[in-house]
Design a protein around this ligand. Structure first.
Ligand code: 1GP
Length: 236
């Protein structure tokens, strides 16, 4: 129990996370570079094409390394045992309650008896790139002013007491003033930012206005640039 709590608490020290998509190819050499990069954690997740098989396969490859490996649960069919933690997204800025509590309710009703509750970490997602797969899938209302976005973050932080607010611009670099406003308006939740971080410069800009940056697609497009982003860890 203690060990599990310590694990969940370790998120508080994460500055940098690489997000790997089980639906995308990454050869062993590239995976070795990612896992040995000094990143704080590997998050496995994606919005489409995630299966039990491709998730197990990626987990077993990442498990050769010491870096913590967490699953961001997006599809019940692809929940694989053996991860260090399970991140549970709740999309706050959608009117479709399916993505806030609906899927969660059905999962708990069906599988509650086997859920390792101490390994679950809830994420209050604020989805802000209207062109992204996650925005389309969840019907997120992405045209938010900074103060609207910050008020969603305060729901996560002050009303729901979620450990994480995830500012999700997947695929595009976001409005850093908006992210900063979210960061300033939260007290306890850790603010994760992801979207369009493609090199050291964008990584440093994002790291300056949040607690943890999440780097995704650039891993598959330009590995050297992706590895540069770990430099944010030197700027503690
Ligand atoms: C996606 O926030 C992550 O969930 C990272 O986004 O792929 O644009 O880096 P990118």
């Amino acid at each position: 129990m203690l060990e599990e709590c310590v694990l969940a608490d370790s998120i508080q020290s994460w500055k940098h996370v690489f997000k790997l998509d089980p639906d995308k190819e990454l050869d062993d050499e590239a995976l070795d570079a990612v896992c040995m990069s000094g990143t704080d954690a590997i998050m496995i997740g994606g919005s489409s094409g995630i299966t039990y098989e491709n998730t197990v396969d990626l987990l077993s490859r990442v498990r050769r390394y010491e870096v913590p490996c967490v699953l961001e649960v997006s599809d019940l069919e692809a929940v694989v045992p053996g991860f260090d933690l399970y991140m549970i997204p709740m999309v706050l800025n959608t009117m479709n309650s399916n993505w806030i509590v609906g899927q969660h309710q059905r999962a708990i009703e069906q599988f509650g008896y086997m859920i390792p509750w101490d390994l679950l970490v809830a994420e209050g997602y604020i989805v802000l790139n209207g062109d992204s797969t996650v925005a389309k899938l969840t019907g997120a209302e992405t045209s938010l002013s900074a103060s609207s976005a910050a008020s969603y973050a305060q729901i996560a932080d002050k009303l729901m007491h979620l450990p994480i607010v995830y500012v999700e611009y997947s695929g595009t670099f976001g409005d850093m003033e908006l992210v900063q406003k979210i960061h300033r308006s939260t007290e306890r939740s850790r603010v994760l930012y992801g979207g369009g971080i493609v090199d050291k410069s964008t990584a440093l800009q994002a790291a300056a206005v949040c607690d943890t940056i999440v780097v995704g697609n650039i891993i598959y497009r330009d590995l050297a640039k992706a590895l540069e982003t770990v430099a944010v860890k030197l700027k503690v």
